[in-house]
Design a protein around this ligand. Structure first.
Ligand code: SF4
Ligand code: SF4
Length: 219
């Protein structure tokens, strides 16, 4: 059975700003510093913390620079492929189409509902249209069959997102933060991963990032 095969055309690294998770913004910023690459990102979804008067960023958007991802090499290869490639780059073209953050004031709990879909920006999807249609008519789990690697990356993305949100909920339940979902746009924003690391120093290891962080430090 035919499965998705990336042709390394590099189009997805030029298509649009790239949505990343908080720990990925931290890693990419550090990598950019070490590799001498210009890096620009902005917080995506934010919640306001009444306790500190600042926003907490639950996601980030990495900006394109001169029409491309700053980590894209001239030969269309990713310069951080073997160090840390963002999960959305690993799952592409199977990507989150809609991410809805749900905040329960009653339960002091934050979680996300994510809908995945296929990006039409990838030329392979257009070429494989018939194969995909056939698989879709055979099984509702066609995406697992057609995107075996990309599906695993997508699952990992959701595991990491959910872990970060569970730990944030824990801080809320302990009174360390006090989330107000109806207000954001504060002057200061803290990255959720960096906030959590203050209270969970072994977070990089819990998230399976220990080796990556060490690799960045030793470069
Ligand atoms: S657009 Fe598709 S084929 Fe091109 S690099 Fe991205 S995933 Fe691979
Ligand atoms: S990080 Fe790598 S794979 Fe992701 S958009 Fe940038 S160059 Fe492409």
């Amino acid at each position: 059975m035919r499965t998705f095969r990336c042709t390394l055309c590099g189009l997805c690294c030029r298509a649009s700003p790239i949505s990343i998770l908080p720990h990925e913004d931290y890693i990419l910023r550090a990598l950019a510093r070490r590799l001498g690459v210009k890096y620009k990102s902005r917080p995506g979804y934010r919640v306001f913390d009444r306790r500190t008067g600042r926003d907490i960023a639950l996601s980030y958007v990495m900006e394109l620079i001169d029409g491309k991802c700053p980590f894209l090499r001239e030969d269309n290869l990713c310069m951080i492929q073997n160090i840390y490639k963002p999960l959305i780059c690993r799952s592409f073209p199977y990507v989150p189409k809609q991410v809805k953050y749900i905040i329960s004031n009653e339960l002091k709990f934050v979680f996300a509902r994510v809908e995945y879909g296929v990006s039409g920006a990838c030329p392979v999807i257009k070429e494989d249209k018939e194969v995909i249609m056939k698989l879709m008519s055979m099984t509702p789990y066609w995406h697992r069959m057609y995107f075996p690697q990309e599906y695993i990356a997508a699952m990992e993305m959701e595991e990491k997102r959910s872990l970060l949100l569970r730990l944030l909920s824990k801080l809320w339940a302990s009174g360390i933060v006090d989330i107000d979902s109806s207000h954001s746009g504060a002057r200061n924003t803290i990255n959720l991963y960096e906030l959590l690391r203050t209270y969970f120093p072994n977070l990089p290891y819990i998230m399976g990032l220990g080796e990556t962080i060490n690799r960045i430090r030793t470069r």
